[in-house]
Design a binder for this molecule. Structure first.
Ligand code: CP
Ligand code: NVA
Length: 303
């Protein structure tokens, strides 16, 4: 594994290896066992969009691994004034041991990997959010014990989260049913990928179909970062139907869990009641960003 750009790039075994390492690093942290595996290494963190979890978990994670994280906001970098990614990549590649980037276009992440020559980690694009879904898989395995036989239900916008949930869940052996309104489906590339998993994937416009016998619920905001101008239009399309609520959860298995990458909009994609009833699972998920990303950094950057 040279980079962490999309979950499509990884084999099932590579994903499981990352999850096992994340579990080990979590155990060590909880038991006060230091793990300075990346002592002396540097990781640049380029942010072209806002972040709470990603920024803090990468900074803390790199520190706990003995390395040094550099927060690089695009507001300050010359990228923000139009310096091309191929020049930024060639410069940063000479200073840093690895680069994490949160941006808009997936191609920018691929280009950064190409031009920097150093390991690059995708920390969210419009297309995918693989770090988040790695943490989600870790959380599902922690709570459910195994992946085999589980059904994942995603209700909402066919966005970066939907794309990565579909790919990650299918790769580790879970069934996936996704409910999105017409015109807001997941990326065609991901729907094509799912064709290789016959009988394991379903796309519907009816959340009740997707929720049937589910073991794990996912949702995400109706309007993602960069789409703010569409907020009102999207509310009209999604409201009253594309929401995780008590009624929809009655169709699932009794012990179904709920995941939300956060930030959450209570009363929109999820009710406050369901959110609070499953807060333990949702904040375990947020915590696991730290452990899962440490596993990614170690795998990509250790000598
Ligand atoms: N889930 C997630 O990526 O959160 P942030 O946007 O706060 O980093
Ligand atoms: N789909 C959301 C995820 C935020 C973590 C967005 O891209 O804004």
């Amino acid at each position: 594994m040279k980079n962490f750009l999309t979950l499509q790039d990884l084999t099932k075994e590579e994903i499981i290896d990352l999850l096992n390492l994340a579990d080990q690093l979590k155990f060590e942290r909880k038991n006060g066992i230091p793990h300075p595996i990346l002592k002396g290494k540097t990781l640049g963190l380029i942010f072209q969009k806002s972040s709470t979890r990603t920024r803090v978990s990468f900074e803390v994670g790199m520190y706990e691994l003995g390395g040094y994280p550099l927060f690089l906001s695009s507001r300050d970098l010359q990228i923000g004034r139009g310096e091309p990614i191929e020049d930024t990549g060639r410069v940063l590649g000479r200073y840093l041991d690895g680069i994490m980037i949160r941006t808009f276009d997936q191609k920018e992440v691929e280009d950064l990997a190409k031009w920097s020559g150093k390991p690059v980690i995708n920390a969210l694009t419009d297309y995918s959010h693989p770090c988040q879904v790695l943490a989600d898989l870790m959380t599902i395995r922690e709570h459910k014990g195994a992946f085999d036989g589980l059904k994942v239900c995603y209700i909402g916008d066919g966005n970066n989260m939907a794309n990565s949930i579909i790919v990650g869940s299918l790769k580790v052996g879970m069934k996936v049913s996704v409910a999105c309104p017409k015109g807001y489906y997941p990326a065609q590339k991901v729907l094509d990928f799912a064709k290789d998993y016959p009988g394991m994937f379903e796309l519907t416009e009816d959340p009740k179909v997707a929720a049937l016998d589910a073991d794990v619920f996912f949702t995400d905001v109706w309007t993602s970062m960069g789409e703010e101008a569409e907020t009102e239009k999207r509310k009209q399309v999604f409201a009253g139907k594309y929401q995780i609520n008590e009624e929809i959860m009655k169709l699932a298995h009794k012990d179904a869990m709920v995941q939300h990458c956060l930030p959450a909009h209570r009363g929109e994609e999820i009710t406050a009641d369901v959110f609070e009833a499953h807060a333990n699972e949702i904040f375990d998920e947020a915590e696991n960003r730290l452990h899962a990303q440490k596993a990614v950094m170690v795998t990509l950057m250790k000598d």
